[in-house]
Design a protein around this ligand. Sequence first.
Ligand code: WT7
Length: 638
Amino acid sequence: MHFVHQITSSDQYLKDYAASIENPALFWENVANEFTWRRKWDTVVDWDFDGPNVQWFKGGKLNITENCLDRHLQTGGNDIALVWESNEPTELNKTYTFKTLHEEVCTFAQVLRNYGVNKGDRVCLYMGMVPELTIAVLACARIGAIHSVIFGGFSAQSIADRVIDAQACLIVTCDVAFRGVKEIPLKSVIDEAMLQCNSVKQVIVCRRTHNSTIINTPSEIGWHEAMSKIDRAAAILQKAEVMESEDPLFILYTSGSTGKPKGVVHSCGGYMIWTHYTFVNAFQYQPGWLHFCTADIGWITGHSYSIYGPLLAGASTLQFEGIPNYPSSNRLWEIIEKYQVAILYTAPTAIRSLMADKHSLVDDYPMASLKVLGTVGEPINEEAWRWYHEHVGKGRCEIVDTWWQTETGGILITNLAGITPAKPSFATLPLPGIEPLLVDENGLELFGNNVSGNLCIRKPWPGIIRTTWGDHERCKQTYFSTYPGLYFTGDGALRDELGNYRITGRVDDVLNISGHRIGTAEIENAINMHPGVIESAVVGYPHDIKGQGIYAFVIYPGIDKDHAQLAVQIKATVIHFIGPIAKPDKIQIVTGLPKTRSGKIMRRILRKIAEGEPNALGDTTTLLDPSVVDDIISGHVF
Ligand code: WT7
């Protein structure tokens, strides 16, 4: 497949960037023309950020899976679409060509239809990293059902919150998931969640093992049993649902600064254009390359760059069930050699942990097939960037530092591999269509270079969030109201003398733990569920491997209680209510929190204490009771 809109020189980048800003409609119309549409659009873009109301390709009709799959069957469909590598290196891998993946997707689409799932219905997927997850995602898209993937590390309560919010009618899960030495009992977590979820009529269980009996009731069925009842030849001939460009494609829940995760909604047409365009440009994908994104499909990176982006481009995507350090910290290098991976896309936290591992024999693996290395999810420190470049890329691979968010659908700021220059720890320059700007706290734009401020985007791009599920006002409040007329990212950034952007991290109460987003309020809510806890305050602190660690200050009266034991129990409570990703790294039991006279917790002070800089607290005179600060500084941490 030839990509008409792949940028092939730095001159072309400048030209395309200018053209996209000058006339966005003309620019994106040209890109959109490369796809399969059932009907072309009437208007390219219609928008106002006050609504917000953003519509791309209004009047256009399509099905994204026809672009991911059917389009690539015209040349026979025998190219590899998906390679799956198990958690266990000794277990057989699986491969799907575009033709066989298409068949699986059409068959599972028919399963969903037979259970009465219609266009617009919500389907939740709570699965491990098995190929059936990708098949289920695409099958939903095939029939126009809105998929909502829930990361396999979330607890029953987190699942219930999401299923109830989306009013999902069907759930697909697995009996268990394998992750390193751990076996995670997904189905029993679902069983617990289902006690609260009345909207769900059917649960489909994909068996990862051969020895379990987990199908309990008539409203549960095994994946393979359900699939075996379908007439495959007929299923393949069933037409894909024709979707409006602006129909929702999926919901993905993500954390914000309030206690409740919000369902970010992406739509069919714009998301398709954006993931494809950014995939071929950022990574400079070339036909025949194998793309390996290590992200779990439970996160946006997995949606956009393990499934949709690569398949839209006709690329082969490698999905890995395991973790980088099981059974040894050479696992990624083994996979790269085994399959001849060309693009490796991973998170800085993984790079840092492999870098720190004395047993990693990275230098023993030539990895000659590698062409491009990508990072995503959090700022990459210069040391990790250099190690990635020298030891993984052997000094000859391009590195792209891709900045984006769940809400942006795909990459917004990145260098283009080998086309525009990289700068360690900088995401560098915006892609065509993206107008970043920095503002101060009052919303005044900071012009010129060598400035730092809050990162906003001026106009909509095709992949922008459309709404938060069931609560449009919340979408407006969160992203479009802080600085009216602008999309606010929640990140701080610096612009250097050449206009390159360096993302410095969140400026709201959102933490980034190993590249995973989690709100402090959510963790506090979970801690407060622990009996006896009066109040808590959570802040982040720098962590060598995770980027940020979680530090919780907890008010718990009763001095007799063993604080070490209490800390263990509080951690268990957080795991119970959210999941292991939100487990505090440090817990300190305190008698009071630093509050202003109006009762607001001064997190700035807690952050400084957590960072180990108790001498840099700044002004504490506005505190209701300044003595609590001294008590906290002299207290014990567990
Ligand atoms: C937040 C979004 C984007 C997919 C994975 C995370 C941080 C993301 C970078 C980067 C510095 C980054 C930001 C952003 N972030 N990429 N290349 N450099 N920071 O998605 O959970 O929606 O989190 O991740 O803080 O706001 P997410």
